[in-house]
Design a protein around this ligand. Structure first.
Ligand code: NAD
Length: 484
């Protein structure tokens, strides 16, 4: 292997995958990319051979060695029992960042938002997607939302580094920290802290609801947007859709040790094998890959040739429009048209420009903060209790006070219902009771909590979980119920 070539692992996928991968690699190689490809098999055939994850163990060997995965879309067979290859790859390789540029190409591709050029950077590993869900009572189910400082720092730093490498001007953060003060609050705080290390960018934070409305209405007001997992999942689809270019968008999944690049569309089986498919989505994934492996010069060359091809009206069937387009071409001819324009720049569409500065930091080196002084000051005990009378429940729990612990309040779905609740508050069978030290704010021991649980058990109460209540350097590490 020549030492200046970067090895990348390529999967040709299913349906239109092999055709659009051949076309994309042709363009990338003709543009002088310094890469060496090695092929692996993924997708339908592997699933049907009995590999429930759609990928062979031998393929991991290549991926772990090259650490760069260029992936064509695959077909997930119908029926249960097949695991999502994307989720498996993301989890196995620790791909914490999902990056999706959503760009409109007005007037060549129809869109209501001609000036849109937004990149969504989505956290990919935590939030409500940690998959920790429980049914706790007959009536209540729970999904745990986890936001960590290392996870937030990595994604926010990645967003700023991306902005720097792609000559962007502004980075926006979306959270719902007016409601989720701890989880989303941490993400917002980290955005402010890390943002301070990048003075060259304009920075702003939006509450996700109004931010999403603004994004859908005036996307040209945004540049790079970084978000926790759930909001990013939803809004990256909204953004791609309103840009009018779902079929043209690529995406990157980035981790500390590896990265995966693909189109956002699927394998379009009905179009397979007819030299019809548009290779642009996968090619855009390839551009993100070239920047990632330190070849922004090649990415820029291809990107501008691609823009010129679109501008010249050379279009595949999916974007062909009588009047606006000039020539309807197949997959191979489209690739040739891009190759023929290498070195040219668009006249009307915004020219692509990438920073040629060497990569400064991948954004994944986490330096732990000094540990806080953590003090146990109480416990929330959760119960299933099927009578809907808060007063009776509170009184019953008070009888179990003792050993220095006392009941402070009872809540139902986060609303205080005892003492002094409103009888109008609807109660489910899922209750939370807070117990704290008899001396206000005083310390509590694990032993006192174990004693309390013993008393609750003896009283025949069905406790379903506990959450310890701590202070961290004197600051409360929990949120009080509404009405407390
Ligand atoms: P799809 O994205 O494959 O197709 C949706 C529509 O867009 C179809 O009309 C299709 O013809 C068209 N289309 C998509 N890509 C195109 C292209 N490059 N050029 C021209 N037209 C294109 O979505 P689907 O039909 O819902 O799914 C088909 C298969 O793809 C399913 O098995 C699904 O599981 C899989 N899928 C895979 C991925 C992936 O591998 N990342 C993503 C989404 C769907």
């Amino acid at each position: 292997m020549a030492s200046n070539l970067i090895p990348i692992t390529v999967a040709h996928g299913d349906g239109i995958g092999p055709e659009i991968m051949a076309a994309s690699l042709h363009i990338i190689k003709e543009a002088g990319a310094r890469i060496e490809t090695e092929d692996i098999e993924i997708g339908e055939k592997v699933y049907l051979r009995g590999g429930t994850a759609g990928i062979e163990p031998s393929a991991w060997e290549s991926l772990r060695r090259t650490k760069v995965f260029f992936k064509a879309p695959i077909t997930t067979p119908q029926g249960g029992g097949f695991k999502s290859l994307n989720v498996t790859t993301r989890k196995t390789l620790g791909l914490y960042a999902n990056v999706r540029p959503c760009v409109s190409y007005h007037p060549y591709i129809e869109t209501k938002h001609p000036g849109m050029d937004v990149v969504i950077v989505r956290e990919n590993e935590e939030d409500l997607y940690a998959g920790i869900e429980h049914r706790q009572t007959d009536e209540v189910y729970q999904c745990l939302k986890l936001i960590s400082r290392p996870g937030s720092e990595k994604i926010v730093r990645y967003a700023f580094e991306y902005a720097r490498r792609n000559n962007r001007k502004k980075v926006t953060c979306f959270t719902k920290d007016n409601i989720m003060k701890f989880t989303d609050g941490l993400f917002h705080k980290v955005f402010d802290e890390i943002g301070a290390e990048y003075p060259e960018f304009e920075k702003e934070h939006w509450i996700v609801d109004i931010g999403a409305a603004k994004l859908a209405d005036t996307p040209e007001a945004f540049d790079v947007i970084v978000m926790p997992n759930l909001y990013g999942d939803i809004l990256s689809d909204v953004a791609a859709q309103i840009a009018g270019s779902v079929g043209l968008a690529g995406s990157a999944n980035i981790g500390a040790g590896a990265a995966m690049f693909e189109a956002i569309h699927g394998s379009a089986p009905r179009r397979a094998g007819q030299n019809l498919a548009n290779p642009s989505g996968l090619l855009h994934g390839g551009l993100l890959m070239l920047v990632h492996i330190g070849q922004p010069d090649v990415a820029e060359l291809i990107h501008n040739a691609w823009l010129k091809t679109i501008e010249d009206g050379v279009h595949t069937y999916d974007i062909y429009k009588e009047g606006a387009s000039k020539q309807k071409v197949g997959t191979k001819e489209f690739a040739e048209a891009v190759v023929a324009r290498l070195g040219q720049k668009p006249a009307k569409l915004k020219e692509a420009s990438y920073s040629k500065e060497p990569k400064q930091g991948a954004g994944d080196a986490y330096v732990p903060k000094p540990r806080a002084n953590k003090q146990l000051i109480g416990v929330d005990v959760f119960f299933q209790w099927n009578e809907r009378d808060p007063e009776a429940f509170g009184k019953r729990l008070e009888q179990l006070n003792g050993d220095g612990l006392k009941l402070t309040s009872v809540s139902n779905r986060g609303v205080k219902v005892y003492p002094e609740g409103f009888k109008e508050t609807f109660c489910t069978d899922h209750w939370r009771a807070g117990f704290m030290s008899e001396q206000t704010g005083g310390p509590v021991t694990h032993n006192q909590i174990v004693g309390l649980l013993g008393r609750l058990d003896k009283a025949g109460l069905d406790f379903i979980k506990i959450e310890n209540l701590y202070t961290f350097d004197g600051q409360k590490g929990f949120v009080a119920s509404q009405g407390e």
